[in-house]
Design a protein around this ligand. Sequence first.
Ligand code: 16G
Ligand code: ZN
Length: 541
Amino acid sequence: MLERKALESLYEKHCKRGFTYAYGTAGFRYKADVLDTVMFTTGVLAGLRSIYLKGQTVGVMITASHNPPEDNGVKIVDPRGEMLEQSWEKHATDLANSASQSFTSFEQKLQELIVKLQLNSNAHGSITVARDSRESGPRLLTAFKTGTLVLPNLLVLDHGVLTTPQLHFLTSKANELPKNTSIDEKLYYQEFLSAWDEIAELCGIQSLPYALTIDAANGVGAPKVKEMLSQREMFNNTFRVVNDDWKTPSALNHLCGADFVKTNQKLPQGISNDTRAEHINCSFDGDADRIVFYYCDLQGQFQLLDGDKMATLFAKFFQELTQTAHLQDELALGVVQTAYANGSSTRYLEQVLGTPVKCTPTGVKHLHHEAVKFDIGIYFEANGHGTVVFSTKFSQLVDQKLADASHSTSAHKALQILSSFSKLINQTVGDAISDMLGVLAVLSILKWSPQKWDQEYTDLPNKLIKVLVPDRTVFKTTNAERQLVSPVGLQDQIDALVAKFDTARSFVRASGTEDAVRVYAEAATREQADRLASVVGELVE
Ligand code: 16G
Ligand code: ZN
């Protein structure tokens, strides 16, 4: 490691004192002007993580997703493209807070970590980094890169501006492919487009089934999805990207994007009421790791097709394919949701499809962890964050059956489709672009309109509100955030209120990304859902 003077001079370049950081649900996320210190320490920590993992490449993404333009954030990605191992979140927080105190405490904490984790700070490490389109990105990247200089033998590959899922994907590729392969976003486009080509060929898809409008939240998804779709003739003239002004930082997520559409349950700016049946819209969030779909019905009413609708679509589709392939008894298929999943979607999955459903706390890492226990694990948060993961047993069985020619033509085709879908879906993390292609492929194969997709079940009216409280940390939950254990007695009061409404449910949890408490309510009618949210909100205040 560097000698003290040099270390101190790097530290002094970027670190300010006084702020307290915490590695939350999606890494560190704050107003951009307080992030320099934590960017610097994340440079150091990502280096330590790579050294700890014997030089494997670790990813770093600088983004604040759907947050407003003045925010930013950073998260660390483990070598297979998954979220940072949980025990290291504490190291990341501790190192950031030590730097926020003084140089001496930073130096001590760093030494302590090196000893505790038995690291050779001069060993080789490798980091791959990208950022979204935010104005503060380049400045924070510089602070991050300065942090990586603390460890002398780190190789840093800067990918510039990427979507979050592209960074996850390239991190996993950096560890999978031979050392001298050039790792860039072309690999991403090739991988997913060739899977799309396979499915299109197998299922005779020649063009998109209907016109598609993509709201890219004025973020990095805009140039990336254009770059990708323009590589295939069949997409030409059937898609358009609106809110694609990713070069104007103040426009990011403003009146558009997946979070705006889901929260307000209305069209984003730039998309008008188009009642033509043969039209579908979707919105990405600012870093293109979530997506929601929607359409306008014949009355011009906005209709949302959110994460729950995607989970149920994939569940039905994969269930039918595994049955046709005679694999339903060998492959465990399941869906993972959070407390936010609409009650109707859970009932549809359990009672109509007969699919096992698991519920976990909010945050992709929790859902992902549970989903990998299935052979086909489908996980989506209602907000559109999710993907499908396929087990090793799945790949082995499908390959083995494909090699064995004794089954029927329809079973063979189902096996081929299953295999191609496992390549079309970005299994490392929820990915707006890959999920979009997955959904479009399913709809094309089933020949379903957005209306038909929507009719599988009807959402219960629901309402999500945000309540500002003096101290959100007193709100502690159990049972996958569905019940409060603290403040004591509050859950009983909520239950008593819920009992007064029809088919109702309500829960309260502290946000992991904002200083607020969230109240969710659903009930048989719109009035009841709104009323329930408001009375529970008053209880919490
Ligand atoms: C983070 C999570 C997202 C979750 C949201 C909840 C990841 C990558 N992102 O953005 O999945 O829905 O937090 O926010 O896990 P909240 O705790 O403020 O409600
Ligand atoms: Zn995001």
